[in-house]
Design a protein around this ligand. Structure first.
Ligand code: NAD
Length: 477
């Protein structure tokens, strides 16, 4: 069993706390590693190191900082198979998908390295003669990065890459459920000769180590990817210091299928969006609305497709479509939500219960009909392979149902009518909309939720700007 230590100020060190968190393989239920249950002293030590290192790091040319990112990408590629296996073991992600996450993460470091010579300030026209107004972009300072369990390696890079490229230093806390790939990355990063303190990794619970990180006056920015509840706690915890927050939170993405859509494409798009990583993806279709006229045909094809989903060992070859839920509490949460929906009149066309497989926390791919818009299963994030499907008649009705939600992360439309596409892009109130494809974002876009799905966002130019603040100078000559 692997034992990981905190990575603070360029060295692996013991935690101030003598307690450990055990990490379970969700498929075999074996304990595969342990990480420190770090306390607030660990958080402060990491933040002090990050604070000390940041100014000198920011003074280096961006291209030099980018050099480290390129080396990180190369190290990940050199260890891609081992990292994918570590990822598949810590979270029961099927191996091919785990491999995609590792490979995309290497690309992500390279992508942000490419921004080193591209981001710019501005020279603004002054109202006075002989004056220039300069707008500089400066790193925001010390970043506390807080990660979820569902894409632990990629989300780690989503915070580390723009932070380091912009000249920030960072203290990153992985989820205690899936810390292994992050600490394997820490081992690799330790070999790069980064200035000590620029990059720190600490493990511990959100309530103790996490809240110490986010409420410290040394922290200039908190970037969280996680639940709405954690986001709300962080907004409260950062209020005293008026610390910048960038929050990527939950979703309840609607997929709207219009009668003129390519139905096979729509079935595949919604299916892929619902069963990838056992439904544990923030941006994926959590509810579907299908237009009368094609509703019966869609339901027949979609229900059959959900029945055909194979689940099992994430390491099996050929790989199943999905594997276990992350842990027992998630499995129980999903089951409780489905049970409440069934008790409230919903009907399961397939699935509707946990799968009894001997090991792992499996939930059967589930299609629910006879749901009403106000039901919990239509309004709240399930984070499992469960989807309620509701019929609609008119365009306006579909848009109103889709927008009727406290979340605003992603949405999708399936139609072959370009006018419907453009109208939907005008009318949908979500940070992302996918047209005739599954829900999944690209690194050059901007992943940012509306309403309770978040504040700010990640990826691309705008994601990099999250880690920068402006400084405006009025210069007379
Ligand atoms: P979570 O909110 O339970 O935990 C996320 C992280 O926050 C963990 O590291 C946790 O320890 C930490 N944390 C919790 N409370 C904290 C506090 N008060 N102070 C500081 N840190 C705290 O989320 P999870 O269960 O790990 O992940 C699933 C959730 O993440 C889902 O809601 C999903 O939609 C969301 N998510 C969103 C995106 C996105 O890009 N919008 C991506 C992935 C996951």
């Amino acid at each position: 069993m692997e034992t990981y230590r905190q990575f603070i100020n360029g060295a692996f060190v013991d935690s101030h706390s003598a307690e450990w968190i055990e990490v379970e393989n969700p498929f075999t239920n074996a304990i595969i590693s342990r990480v420190p249950r770090g306390d607030k002293e660990d958080a402060y030590a990491a933040l002090e190191a990050a604070n000390k290192a940041q100014t000198a790091w920011a003074a280096r040319p961006a291209a030099e900082r980018a050099g480290y990112l390129k080396q990180m990408a190369a190290l990940i590629r050199g260890n891609r198979v081992a990292l994918a296996r570590t990822l598949a073991a810590e979270q029961a992600k099927v191996l091919p998908l785990a491999q995609v996450e590792i490979d995309v993460t290497a690309e992500y470091f390279d992508y942000y390295a490419g921004w080193a010579r591209i981001f710019e300030g501005e020279i603004i026209q002054s109202d006075r003669p002989n004056e220039n107004i300069f707008l500089f972009r400066k790193p925001i300072g010390v970043v506390a990065g807080i990660c979820p369990w569902n894409f632990p390696f990629f989300v780690m890079a989503r915070k580390v890459a723009p932070a380091l490229l912009s000249g920030c230093s960072i203290v990153l806390k992985p989820s205690s459920t899936t810390p292994n790939t992050t600490f394997e990355f820490a081992k690799m990063a330790a070999s790069l000769g980064l200035p000590p303190g620029v990059l720190n990794f600490v493990a511990g619970s959100g309530r103790t180590l996490g809240s110490a990180l986010v409420s410290s006056p040394l922290t200039d920015m908190v970037t969280l990817t996680g639940s709405v509840e954690a986001g709300q706690e962080i907004i409260r915890a950062t209020a005293d210091n008026v610390t910048k927050v960038s929050l990527e939170l939950g979703g309840k993405a609607p997929a709207i299928v219009f009668a003129d859509a390519d139905l096979d494409l729509a079935v595949k798009g919604v299916l892929d969006s619902r069963v990838i990583f056992s439904g544990q993806v923030c941006n994926c279709a959590e509810r579907a609305y299908v237009q009368a006229g094609v509703y019966e045909e869609f339901m027949e094809k979609f229900t059959q497709a959900m029945k055909n989903v194979r689940f099992g060992d994430p390491f099996a070859d050929p790989a199943p479509d999905m594997s276990s839920q992350i842990d027992r509490s998630q499995q129980e949460k999903i089951d409780a939500m489905v049970k409440r929906a069934l008790a409230d009149g919903a009907q399961a066309l397939t699935g509707g219960k946990a799968a009894d497989t001997g090991s792992g926390y499996f939930y059967e791919p589930t299609v629910l009909v006879n749901c009403r818009q106000e039901m919990e299963i239509v309004q709240k994030e399930v984070f499992g392979p469960v989807i309620p499907v509701l019929p609609f008649t008119e365009y306006e009705e579909a848009i109103a149902l889709a927008n009727d939600c406290e979340y605003g992360l992603t949405s999708s439309v399936f139609t072959n009518n370009v006018n419907t596409v453009m109208q939907a892009l005008r009318d949908l109130k979500f940070g992302e909309t996918y047209v005739n494809r599954e829900h999944f974002e690209g690194m050059q876009g901007f992943h940012a939720g509306w309403r309770k799905s978040g504040i700010g966002g990640a990826d691309g130019k705008h994601g990099l700007m999250e880690y920068m603040q402006s400084q405006v100078a009025y210069v007379q000559f």
